[in-house]
Design a binder for this molecule. Structure first.
Ligand SMILES: C[C@@H](N)C(=O)N[C@H](C)C(=O)O
Ligand SMILES: [Zn+2]
Length: 240
């Protein structure tokens, strides 16, 4: 037995030494310190998603940032860009604030839509009263922009401008773009192809089921019925 173990030990030792030598001595013309400097390993650490908050103990009238309560919505806040009918960016950053009661109703509607493979995508949510005044200066037509003298339900945290997206995030065809101020955007314009009318119907019926009502002239606009008497507000949200 002794006779076998000793040569085996010698072979193993030699193999280890060879490996060690290879690691220790860099090839000719290869500088060790450069190798160390060049081998900076960049590890991208993904920030953990902040925990969602609960709406359980939040007063109905409190303003909340929707993304703190659900990760299931899609956002394309048009007035935080220049791609809107004002042709100017009127929000410092893209956030969706609404009253807590509006948030609860939106989450319920979205939960129902997700079972069918769709989600709500936002174009606008709470809108400061000053922005309503700017809009009215450009389009002083109550069919398309609420008169700031009275205030819009957006100014009360109870209205949203929305569409639906499918599982791939693609918008359903609603016949016109957002803020298309013409008869083709009206709910009672029935000359659109069947699929478009069905898409609008799905959005309208779901929103109505959860306490919202639509206005005749804009397929994207929904008011929460119980927000009609909330106060017109002009606060601006914080941007990080
Ligand atoms: C401007 C448009 N997106 C809109 O929300 N219109 C309604 C009527 C409003 O201003 O309340
Ligand atoms: Zn609206």
């Amino acid at each position: 037995m002794k006779k076998i173990i000793i040569p085996l030990f010698i072979v193993l030792f030699a193999a280890c030494k060879e490996k060690h030598d290879k690691q220790e001595s860099p090839p000719d013309g290869f500088n060790d310190s450069v190798a160390i400097k060049d081998t900076v390993v960049k590890t991208e650490v993904e920030e953990p998603e902040p925990e969602l908050l609960s709406l359980d103990d939040v007063a109905d009238t409190a303003f909340v940032r929707l993304r703190d309560y659900s990760r299931d919505f899609v956002y394309d806040m048009k007035y935080a860009t220049e791609d809107n009918f004002l042709k100017t960016k009127v929000y410092d950053c893209a956030e969706c604030y609404v009253r807590a009661k509006t948030a609860r109703a939106l989450i319920a509607a979205n939960t129902e839509l997700m079972v069918k493979g769709y989600r709500i995508k936002f174009f606008d949510c709470y809108r400061p009263h000053d922005v309503q005044k700017k809009m009215w200066k450009i389009v002083p037509n109550p069919q398309y922009v609420a008169n700031p003298a009275k205030g819009s339900i957006h100014n009360k945290g109870g209205a949203v401008d929305i569409t639906l997206v499918d599982k791939e995030g693609k918008e359903l065809d609603m016949g016109t773009g957002f803020d298309f101020f013409g008869k083709e955007a009206h709910h009672d314009y029935t000359k659109h192809p069947k699929k478009i009318l069905e898409n609008r119907k799905l959005l309208k019926e779901t929103m109505e089921k959860h306490g919202f009502w639509g206005i005749r002239t804009e397929w994207w606009h929904y008011n929460l019925t119980s927000a009609s008497n909330s106060k017109v507000t002009n606060f601006r949200w914080d941007c990080e």
